[in-house]
Design a protein around this ligand. Structure first.
Ligand code: AMP
Ligand code: MG
Length: 524
């Protein structure tokens, strides 16, 4: 196995001089050297072969004992220096001080075909940043992270990737619902991969400590390594860099809203500086279209991170990033100008994305109202977002709209309780469909072409929470086959895939209020 190692983060930035895993506050350093915990009986459960190939690894490589050992922290590649990063963050709106890689250890960076990838093991024991926790991860949350990282990539959503999923062989104690019922669970290790794991929180920690020297070192490093068109070391460069962070974050959020993804824990330590979706915990998918929904029970009171609030929370987080970078610029206007643009740009991009979901190529002023009406009506009766938009592509623009309800054929599969549809709701749907079909008539595309276009942005298969739950339950009983089935299916989320038709279905009733399906906590 030959990996082209190209460490930069831990070679070019200020380091914590002490090499040990003991929990502590770390100052004036971007990271600490650490040693991954030795797993007692590691076993590989799944490898994302596409990701492996991007690193230059073959099938034979990933089947080797050495790969298993590297992917679980048992073997440290010669010439590498594993490290944990120092960062802080605002958790649920409150400054939390030093957080950092509490259960993630970066192994090294690998260069292959002009691309650089950082490899990071999640769940290999404590680091200086573990605070009161153990640095370990359980199988259920690791399966969820492994599958969703790859699924998001294939959905076209910017994301960190996952190379492999393994059992550590160790038992991990967790209290899933924080109600005093702790139990041992199987420990697991995911090997995450990303061009970069730097978060908003990496900048915030140094600003909060008034350590502007390290703040500048990190900012210059990030610009030099990832933005060849920006010149580091001056105010214009820092502003241009901030502008990139805003643009990329906004693009990511539009994708989340497009596919119905709810992150669940949008703390600033979980926001990638490059606008990649990162740190998959109690995330979920909208089933019934509901902007107020969040899968995270830890947030069930205030619902800060609910679906409909994600765009505004991103902006709030970007304000915190601006505050962190401010000491390098010492002028607030350039930041304010960029942040003010966010709302208008979001509106424009959101409507343009929704037009695509509706199969509209022309931009007509009344489209915004069509979208707003749809969002309102979708909430009048529980309507599955994924199924609704996928089925909408079957509408024909030649359809003569009569006062019968044939239009409902296109969407009735998306209603959770079709028999209970009230007359007044039906009336609203009639009016909306009439408007929609009239609007389609203004398009030049044929029905067939429109369907093709719509199917490129409206996924057929997403990792619904109950599907992840079924995969977890089977895995807990030693059956790992669903992991591969889900992975294979989610690689082509926009394709029909006849053999996976059963997964194009509404959430079953048993999963409505089930822990692990609709109720998830941060316990992982
Ligand atoms: P999260 O919001 O889940 O991404 O994590 C918030 C902070 O808690 C981060 O600094 C994590 O590294 C840390 N953390 C979460 N779970 C653990 C754990 N089991 N052991 C150590 N640190 C953890
Ligand atoms: Mg995190």
């Amino acid at each position: 196995m030959k990996l082209n190692l190209q460490d930069t983060f831990n070679k070019k930035l200020p380091a914590d001089p002490k090499r040990d895993n003991t929990r502590r506050q770390v100052y004036k350093s971007c990271f600490s050297y650490v040693t991954p915990k030795n797993p007692s009986n590691p076993k590989l459960l799944h490898v994302s072969m596409d990701m492996a190939e991007l690193l230059g690894l073959t099938e034979e490589n990933v089947r080797s004992q050495k790969f298993l050992e590297i992917a679980t922290g048992a073997h440290i590649l010669k010439g590498t220096d594993p490290y944990a990063m120092c960062y802080g963050g605002y958790q649920f709106g409150n400054w939390a001080g030093q957080l950092g890689d509490g259960r993630a250890i970066n192994l090294t960076e690998v260069e292959h075909k002009d691309k650089r990838w950082a490899l990071q093991l999640k769940g290999v024991g404590e680091t200086p940043y573990s605070r009161t926790a153990d640095g370990l991860a359980v199988l259920r949350s690791s399966i969820r992270e492994h599958l969703i990282s790859e699924a998001m990539y294939y959905l076209g959503v910017p994301t960190t990737r996952s190379l492999s999923l393994a059992l550590s062989g160790d038992q991990v104690l967790r209290d899933i619902m924080y109600d005093g019922n702790s139990a041992y669970e199987k420990g697991a290790i995911v090997c995450r991969v990303s061009p970069c794991f730097i978060r908003f929180g990496n900048f915030e920690i140094f600003a909060s400590r008034k350590d502007f020297e390290t703040l500048q070192a990190l900012t210059d490093y990030t610009i030099n390594e990832f933005y060849p068109d920006i010149k580091a070391g001056n105010k214009e460069g820092y502003i241009a860099f901030f502008n990139e962070a805003v643009t990329n974050t906004l693009a990511m959020i539009i994708h989340w809203q497009r596919v119905g993804f709810v992150h669940g824990v949008m703390n600033t330590d979980n926001m990638s500086i490059h606008g990649l979706t990162i740190d998959y915990g109690p995330y979920g998918w909208l089933e019934g279209y509901d902007p107020n929904w969040t899968p995270n029970t830890t947030d069930s009171q205030l619902r800060r991170y609910r679906f409909g609030n994600q765009p505004q929370i991103s902006l709030w987080n970007l304000y915190q990033l601006a505050n962190a970078l401010f000491p390098l610029v010492e002028e607030s206007k350039p930041f304010e100008d960029i942040l003010t643009k966010y709302n208008t740009e979001y509106q424009v991009k959101y409507i343009s994305m929704m037009r695509q979901k509706l199969g509209l190529q022309k931009a007509i002023e009344t489209d915004t109202q069509l979208v707003l009406d749809l969002e309102r009506i979708l909430q009048l009766t529980e309507t599955d977002m994924t199924i609704f938009f996928r089925n909408l592509a079957n509408v024909s623009k030649a359809m003569e709209f009569k006062e019968n309800d044939s239009f409902l054929d296109f969407v009735k599969d998306a209603f959770y309780k079709p028999d209970e549809l009230k007359d007044e709701v039906l009336k609203e749907w009639r009016v909306w469909f009439k408007g929609y079909i009239d609007r389609l008539k203004q398009e030049d595309m044929t029905d067939v072409d429109r369907k093709t276009e719509m199917n490129k942005v409206n996924p057929k298969y997403v990792l619904r929470n109950y599907m992840a739950q079924l995969t977890n339950e089977a895995a807990d009983n030693g059956d790992y086959s669903l992991i591969d089935e889900m992975h294979t299916m989610l690689k082509q989320p926009y394709d029909e895939q006849e053999n996976y038709q059963k997964w194009f279905a509404k959430r079953p009733e048993w999963a409505r209020n089930k822990v692990g399906s609709s109720m998830l906590s941060c316990s992982s």
